[in-house]
Design a protein around this ligand. Sequence first.
Ligand SMILES: [Zn+2]
Length: 156
Amino acid sequence: MLRRPPGPRVKAPAGRPCRLANSVSRMLAIVGATSSGSIPRRPVLPIEAGTWWWLFDGYMRIPGDKTHPWIFIVDYEPRRALAHACLRTSTHPAASELRIEHAPHAEGHEATCRLNRTGWILPRLVRPISLGNIHVRERNCLEPDSGLVSRIRGMR
Ligand SMILES: [Zn+2]
């Protein structure tokens, strides 16, 4: 993914075209960046099923004020209003709780991966999420076990 540090904002004065601003816009258009020079907040769609994201408890309507890893269980396409994701917790669930034990991911398999201890996926704890609550920097990784999403969906 292309990431650029935030740069100075170059803007032409109203009513008068600025040659520098125009050439900067052209360069940014070539590299696919925005003219404000900011890092895009929203992730690029579609988001692939099987990707892990860190999402705030409050957004996901679960008790708490932390972030937890959630796995997308369907591809999230531009035309969908909501995505659906499933919770992974590192707190051992009650014996009666439907769960999938999930081993830590291999260290360094993706630079951003923080799934470094055993957790439990709760297939009944699936929540809708709107794109506005997903931050591009909260992507964790793509789940290496390609069969996991179908297992979760099969248990719901
Ligand atoms: Zn990972």
